[in-house]
Design a protein around this ligand. Structure first.
Ligand code: ACO
Length: 381
């Protein structure tokens, strides 16, 4: 009998130097640098540069990269038209996936090993994803899409395009750190999905649109949205034990907890929790934060010893809720950041490519006779 590894758990599918994770110790490094250091000292664009080019940029390089990103933030009116034509009740992740696939038709990038094309493609994707997400968020309400503003930072500009108001600098800083923390995470489902597409030598727009589709699911990036629905259902501190008891007895998953790799608290959740606590003190979100931390305490007591701890989506969901952002935009905001990591892995894939084509263990029947239609109703096989 051949070995079978459900979900490919523990099976290396590539060699990579993009990021490192130690799930037992709760360590995550991008290109060798701890995420806590990046969260403290870096910016999202600097971190994106690090992920793409395997080194921190010089001042000049960072200025050039920032200028190039600002220059490419706008989206064509035809992309706006495409977003306008989508159903307003449709999920923004689906709109993002469709728009990113469409971008590839406007900016062909089939020469996947050409460095200049690769750079421009990375710049376009990192620059345009926030504009697409913000535009869909407004268009579905009947509002006009807002043009990006070159004088605003990457994080400020996204929040501005959503609300038409210059955000509070502290809020923009928190969002920028969230982008850093979401930018990369080794061989996760969406990254693998993007790499499988890249391994066919499809262009990066197609690979990223595959990755967006995979990120959407509630077992992956979609969990941050599900966390809020869960907390809204629980409502009060008193209801927590009963809610968790019922779910855990029925073997249902509690959203925002557990991770294939981490058996301790996700290091990204630790940084985000500190911001959530700060926002709870400064805004009217104290009771929401209290509810969330009580859920964490109860979960710790119930399943903590099994290694089921809060993951990044638990506290990113809470933070974005505290910032007043629509719940269904949380996962697209994750995608805005993760595109940097997806691209870094896809570029590694293009460079040393082997088409992904795993094997299977066949469990079906063989050599069955073909029965004519007239004979099938009475047939038992
Ligand atoms: N709630 C309750 N029980 C859980 C949870 C959870 N969130 N996560 C795992 N478990 C339990 C399972 O029931 C199972 O128990 P058993 O051994 O008694 O049968 C055991 O832990 C192992 O669970 P698996 O699902 O097999 O472990 P896996 O490594 O596949 O889980 C996953 C990882 C899919 C993330 C899981 O923890 C989960 O579904 N969590 C909820 C969704 C979520 O928050 N996803 C976001 C992950 S972070 C990200 O993608 C960015």
């Amino acid at each position: 009998m051949r070995d079978f590894f459900p979900g490919l758990a523990g099976i290396p599918a590539a060699k990579s130097s993009v990021s490192f994770v130690d799930g037992a110790e709760g360590v995550l490094e991008y290109r060798g640098i701890r995420i806590e250091d990046l969260a403290k000292h870096s910016s999202f664009l600097e971190t994106a540069f690090l992920l793409l080019f395997n080194r921190l940029p010089t001042k000049r390089e960072l200025d050039d990269f920032t200028r190039d990103i600002s220059h490419h933030r706008r989206i064509k009116y035809r992309i706006i038209d495409l977003l306008k034509s989508l159903p307003e009740q449709g999920h923004p992740m689906d709109a993002l996936q469709a728009a990113v696939a469409a971008l590839g038709m406007f900016y062909p990038a089939h020469e996947v090993l050409d460095e200049a094309i690769r750079y421009l493609t990375a710049v376009r994707l990192i620059a345009k994803l926030p504009t697409i997400v913000a535009a869909f968020a407004r268009l579905r309400r009947g509002d006009n899409a807002i043009r990006p503003r070159d004088d605003l930072s990457y994080a400020e500009n996204f929040l501005y395009m959503l609300t038409e108001q210059i955000p509070d600098p502290a809020m923009a800083k928190i969002f920028d750190v969230c982008l850093i923390l979401h930018a990369e995470h080794t061989m996760n489902a969406s990254t693998f999905s993007g790499m499988v597409t890249a391994s066919t030598l499809a262009d990066p727009y197609t690979a990223v649109s595959s990755a967006i589709g995979t990120l959407k699911g509630p077992l992956h990036g979609g969990a941050n949205e599900a966390v809020i629905h869960m907390l809204e259902e629980i409502q009060t501190l008193e209801r927590i034990p009963e809610y968790l008891n019922q779910k855990l007895t029925n073997k249902e998953k509690i959203m925002g907890f557990g991770h294939r790799i981490y058996k301790v608290k996700d290091p990204r959740a630790i940084v985000m929790q500190a911001f959530a606590k700060q926002l709870a003190a400064d805004t009217t979100t104290q009771s929401f934060y209290t509810l969330a931390s009580a859920v964490e305490k109860h979960m710790d007591a119930r399943v903590g010893p099994k290694g089921i701890r809060p993951n990044v989506d638990f506290y990113s969901g809470i933070l974005y809720h505290q910032m007043g952002i629509d719940t269904d935009l949380f996962t697209p905001m994750f995608a805005i950041a993760r595109v940097a990591g997806w691209l870094a892995h896809c570029f590694e894939q293009y460079h040393d490519n082997h088409l992904f084509r795993p094997d299977q263990i066949y469990e079906g029947q063989r050599n069955r006779p073909y029965q004519s239609l007239a004979n099938r109703e009475t047939s038992s096989s």
